[in-house]
Design a binder for this molecule. Structure first.
Ligand code: C5P
Length: 234
């Protein structure tokens, strides 16, 4: 059963928490990303947890192993339920992240899931600024296989890649897919997009949706419609 994660990409706590209040009961997970975290900091995670949400802290850590270990340790201490790093950081960084996760998790508490970002869903062929770059989907698959070998819990990928990643890494390896667009929604800056139904059919575990919910006239109704589409597709 896949879960909906709503991306709270807002400039301040007031607007983010107002949106979270609207979505209480409609969506189980909230995502705190770069904009909101940079503006308001760790209290966003604790306030959303206090409201009963599960929280995905989407800061896409990418640094030397020691720094990433400390960052994931802090995120686990804060109570985030899911965090992410970049798969491109390689084996030592990934393993350090898992160590930080274990160090920061309180005894008796579940550890947050640590996912690796493969290729951003906003990138298509030609966007990767390196010579002879592989196709984004091929690169996502390769990075996912490595992330699994390094002991991470899953990956962030496009819905277009989930089936092959699950085939290569097993169904227990989590796939979280942003770039979700209901058939009627605007694509915006995203590129490798799929509908909620297609993401679920391909085996995605978490669907991250931002603007199609948060910019809807009735965000709660938009979230419920997406969940209904997801349920029909299971
Ligand atoms: O508004 P939209 O539905 O495009 O929001 C998608 C969210 O998922 C954004 O918060 C973005 O930062 C995040 N994300 C993504 N692609 C990734 C990882 C995260 O779009 N690979």
């Amino acid at each position: 059963m896949a879960d909906l994660v709503v991306a709270l990409d807002f400039k301040d706590a007031d607007s983010a928490l107002a949106m979270a209040r609207t979505l209480r009961g409609a969506a189980p997970w909230m995502k705190v990303g770069l904009e909101l975290f940079t503006a308001e900091g760790p209290k966003m995670v604790t306030e959303l947890k206090d409201m009963g949400f599960k929280v995905f802290l989407d800061l896409k850590f990418f640094d030397i192993p020691n720094t990433v270990q400390g960052a994931v340790r802090s995120a686990a201490r804060l109570g985030a339920d899911m965090v992410n790093i970049h798969a491109l950081g390689g084996e030592r960084m990934a393993k350090a992240a898992m160590e930080g996760c274990a160090e920061g998790t309180a005894p008796g508490q579940p550890s947050p899931l640590v996912l690796a970002v493969t290729m951003l869903t906003s990138m298509s062929a030609g966007d990767l600024p390196v010579a002879n770059a592989p196709e984004p989907s091929e690169m996502a698959l390769d990075l996912a296989v490595k992330a699994k070998q390094y002991g991470l819990n899953g990956v962030v990928c496009s819905g277009l890649e989930v089936e092959r990643i699950k085939g290569a890494c097993g169904t227990g390896f989590a796939c979280l897919t942003p770039g979700i667009r209901p058939a009627s929604a605007e694509v915006g800056d995203q590129r490798r997009v799929v509908t909620p139904a297609d993401a679920v059919r391909s085996g995605s575990d978490f669907l991250v949706v931002g603007r199609p919910v948060t910019r809807a006239k009735r965000p709660d109704e938009a979230a419920r419609a997406i969940i209904e589409e997801m349920n029909l597709a299971q």
